[in-house]
Design a binder for this molecule. Structure first.
Ligand code: 16G
Length: 244
């Protein structure tokens, strides 16, 4: 039970109790929580207090609310390592999840100044052209990220005809174009999802997202992909091991 005689707010005590139950696996991912009323009866606290505790846990990504169904324990976040260059497909497989993509668009266009500079495209003619893949990345059929990849057309002729449905872009580039990927540079910023991204990723407008920009290079130090990715903040956390 909760302790009404200590100076720790009741909502906070409830949060701690539920968080511990999640951590210890008593409430596994996907478990349906008792209703607000059941929790308030059980712990003899007001529904307002229950609502405050659950609301904070939803914001922190420990719980998810589903309209008309109830509040569930969230899947644990994916801890994305920052020190290894992996593809989305590799990342998901290494966690026992099935990677997939929904290709929303594939087209060729002239690179804008930002993309041209990232991919070091020259200023004139055809060589400025890039193939753009817009993909929703799925794990076990659930949307995790949205990625817009830009690749130089001169380096990957005909790539725009590949449908890439459930296939891995990196595997295709390696197998069909003999590419050897060496390293990447990336920045990560925090943002809030706008309506378009929210719809694609199935998250409420204004949810926390990670905005990643990455340029990937091959063994000859040539940039081969510039990507803008939106990762779900409720599904990802970043991980690095630091030494000194
Ligand atoms: C990652 C990369 C993306 C790349 C994809 C290849 C970031 C932010 N994004 O998602 O640039 O296109 O992997 O994955 O790191 P695939 O081989 O499964 O298509």
């Amino acid at each position: 039970m909760l302790n009404k005689h200590i100076p720790i707010p009741l909502y906070y005590q409830l949060k701690e109790k539920l968080s511990a139950a999640i951590l210890q696996g008593e409430l596994p991912p996907g478990a349906l929580l008792p209703s607000e009323r059941e929790l308030s009866d059980h712990y003899e606290i007001s529904r307002m207090t229950v609502r405050q505790a659950l609301g904070e846990m939803v914001k922190e990504g420990l719980l998810v609310r589903e309209q008309g169904k109830g509040t569930f324990v969230a899947e644990p976040k994916i801890a994305q390592g920052l020190l290894k260059l992996t593809s989305f497909s590799e990342d998901m497989r290494s966690r026992g999840l099935k990677p997939d993509s929904q290709v929303r668009a594939v087209y060729v266009q002239n690179a804008n100044a930002h993309v041209a500079s990232a991919l070091r495209l020259s200023r004139s003619g055809e060589s400025q052209q890039v193939i753009i893949y817009e993909r929703v990345r799925l794990a076990d059929q659930k949307p995790m990220a949205y990625e817009i990849s830009h690749l130089p057309l001169r380096r990957f002729p005909e790539l725009e005809h590949e449908t890439l449905h459930s296939a891995s872009l990196y595997t295709l580039l390696e197998e069909k174009y003999g590419l050897t990927i060496r390293y990447a540079r990336q920045t990560i910023e925090v943002g809030l999802s706008r309506p378009a991204e929210s719809e694609i990723l199935g998250i409420p407008v204004g949810s926390a997202i990670l905005l990643i920009e990455r340029t990937t290079f091959d063994v000859d130090d040539e940039p081969i992909e510039f990507v803008k990715s939106v990762y779900r903040g409720d599904r990802y956390k970043l991980y690095a091991e630091l030494h000194r």
